[in-house]
Design a protein around this ligand. Sequence first.
Ligand code: C2E
Ligand code: MG
Ligand code: MG
Length: 470
Amino acid sequence: MGSIRDLNARKLQREREHQSTASNQLTDIDALTGLPNRRYLINYLQGMFADTQRATKPSAAILFVDLDDFKLINDVMGHEAGNDVLIQVSQRLRSAVRDTDLVVRQGGDEFLVVILDAPRKDPPLTPKAPEEFVRIAQHLANRVIDHLKEPIVIGGQEHHLSASIGISLCPDHGRNASTVIQAADTAMYAAKKQGYGESFLYSIEMFTKRRERLSLKARLRTAIEQEKLALHYQPIVDMNSGRMVATEALVRWPQSSGEIIMPETFVSIAEESGLIKPMGDWVLETAARQLNRWHQAGHMLRMTINLSVHQLYPEGDPDRIAAIVRRYVDPVWVTLEITESVLMIDPTTMERVLNQLHGHGFRIAIDDFGTGYSSLSRLQHLPVQLLKIDRSFVAKLDQADRGAAMIPIIQQMAVSFDLEIIAEGIENRAQYEYLCATDIKLGQGFWFGRPVPASQIRHHQRLPGPGTAP
Ligand code: C2E
Ligand code: MG
Ligand code: MG
């Protein structure tokens, strides 16, 4: 890290710091990393805007750099390790950019880079075409992402970081400091949504989308408080007999217009905003209460409920989850579905939490199995009883190299680990017959029945099984 470039950068930084008055110096510097802070940045941008009132082409670009999953590093490895990461990141950022670019720590794991369209020295300058400047900014963003990807040593161990970057242009995307920073932030947020380690240029559509999400969040809060969500139930079927043995509870958000908002749209909003806890509690309670009603009526089904990682981590309370369910049914009737990715976050803690849940009687299922990368050896140590084969494999059953190859492998593995398997997303007879032939016992999918309100579950109807036409 101690390259000449780095020294130059530091020297330059010092010169910049000199430019501000002595009394401002301390308040302009981030104590942890020694980089200028947000306050410095605002002054800097305001100065720049005052200079470029005349300009119509982009005269500067702002890169909003945010580490992916930094919170996890902090939670799992402790704040000291987190600070160490931030210091190393700040050094890498400085060495990834040109000396003339400004690198700022805005707070937390957020860094900003400002690049000016024209180098400060060496006139005469020929103005660049706006597209060219955008290309330069994107190139730099990718370089920053690559620099941060290099392995980093924290507490004696190598780790891999990734960062998402949003780019905004001045004055195109705003004519004052906070607007262009906000635009870069919005673009970063869009990049993160796309997956980690990407850079995005700001656009007005992003702004609209984000505003919609914010308003959705506010409405979701009210809907949860007023118990305006609903649960639909989808049959899980014993493929040999065609008998329904369980249902999966799936959350819905009905609108007064009659439209129903699906979980894909709002579960992630609930997760981001902390609303997942009250929502998750409501789902547990409502599904357990429904199961109790069915049991009272003599329909001895199991119930399967989806849990989000945010209900279990960093502070999950297995005892509370059990207490909610136990008011209505013995947890042995309930299977909790979690996704594979959950297990990899912090395997030790997850193992403890899952053991606690299992100790209360819950069965644990891995949802969307095959899409993540949980290793077989990990599964062996976890109290998992069920795998749900992701529907993407079932959908690709007709492609010999994909689903058709994967499913027997998963099946064999499940047998050797003594796990049950459910095939999800069975939509037609061909898929159903194929899966029966591989000796998979449990199935779920539109072929058997779509998710419906509890009142529409038909307990006595045989679902399409061998020799029955749906
Ligand atoms: P999941 O747990 O994998 O649930 C199965 C999803 O596949 C459901 O979508 C279901 O309607 C759909 N599905 C079932 N059979 C078929 C089929 O044959 N073909 C196709 N194309 N799709 C089928 P849904 O209800 O939209 O839920 C999506 C995801 O949202 C769920 O995936 C689950 O991860 C999440 N989710 C749903 N309810 C809850 C909840 O109460 N809490 C949490 N945390 N997540 C939930
Ligand atoms: Mg599920
Ligand atoms: Mg699934």
